[in-house]
Design a protein around this ligand. Structure first.
Ligand SMILES: [Zn+2]
Length: 257
């Protein structure tokens, strides 16, 4: 059997026909596990065909604190993937409605937020504000970019300010939390959506579970920091299966059009 015709589920080990797996939007039909998507798969699933126009592509690599090994790590990812940063931004259409869209991709340093991610997110909201169109953001992030120290943390304030300005002008921001949404990104623009959607069973939180348990010296529930737990506690508006995601976003855009 050709390996290309089948995929193995990372969670339950089931061997699934690749064609079926793709038709099912990269969700295992046996255990329901969601494969983490790269930006191209996400784009093709969400945007209307051939409507994507990238903005602010190819920013120059920047090492604000001369962190050792950072450039080498960047270059190795550039050589291995189609990415040169952890977010792709642009404009396009969803169910016929024009949007600005941002898609984070964890293949680039765990989707962490450094100066360039902060700048691209900010420009995305500024463009949306100038053109009076909604923003749809797909979050996938390990948090702040360690290699950029304090400069990385400053992006939390910067992106939050951009969202706030956009919001004051009456802009609509739909944030979609996917696996994983953690750290400085969850503590800034990820949770500032007017409407916050999440994919099922995604890991969503700020600090890691173990760190919190050690700090508060208490055991946390097993489903702590999942989409479902956060939904129950009012942090998320709706958990949406990947199969219904585009239509759900289209419906929200229609209501607010
Ligand atoms: Zn499975």
């Amino acid at each position: 059997m050709s390996l290309n015709l089948f995929v193995k589920c990372k969670e339950c080990g089931a061997i699934i026909e690749r064609k079926k797996f793709i038709e099912n939007k990269y969700v295992c039909n046996i255990c329901g596990d969601y494969e983490v998507l790269d930006f191209k798969k996400r784009l093709s699933m969400i945007l209307d065909k051939n409507t994507f126009e990238e903005t602010n592509a190819h920013a120059n690599f920047y090492n604000p604190i001369d962190f050792p090994g950072y450039l080498e790590k960047h270059e190795s990812i550039v050589n291995k993937t189609d990415l040169d940063e952890a977010i792709i931004t642009g404009r396009g259409f969803i169910c016929g409605y024009k949007v600005m869209i941002g898609i984070m991709d964890i293949r680039y340093m765990m989707g962490s937020m450094g100066v360039i991610v902060g700048e691209k997110v900010t420009r995305l909201f500024e463009d949306a504000q100038d053109n009076k169109i909604p923003v749809v953001m797909f979050i996938a992030s390990g948090g702040a970019r360690m290699q950029e120290g304090i400069f990385s943390l400053m992006q939390m304030a910067k992106t939050a300010a951009a969202v706030s300005k956009f919001s004051k002008e009456g802009g609509l921001y739909i944030s979609v939390l996917t696996n994983p949404t953690t750290g400085g990104v969850s503590a800034s623009f990820a949770f500032l959506g007017d409407i916050i959607l999440a994919e099922p069973r995604a890991l969503i939180g700020f600090a890691g579970k173990r760190v919190i348990e050690q700090t508060i010296k208490e055991k946390l529930p097993t489903n702590f920091q999942t989409s479902e737990f956060l939904f129950e506690h009012g942090f998320i508006d709706l958990i949406v299966e990947r199969n219904n995601l585009k239509e759900t976003i289209g419906e929200i855009l229609k209501i607010h059009n």
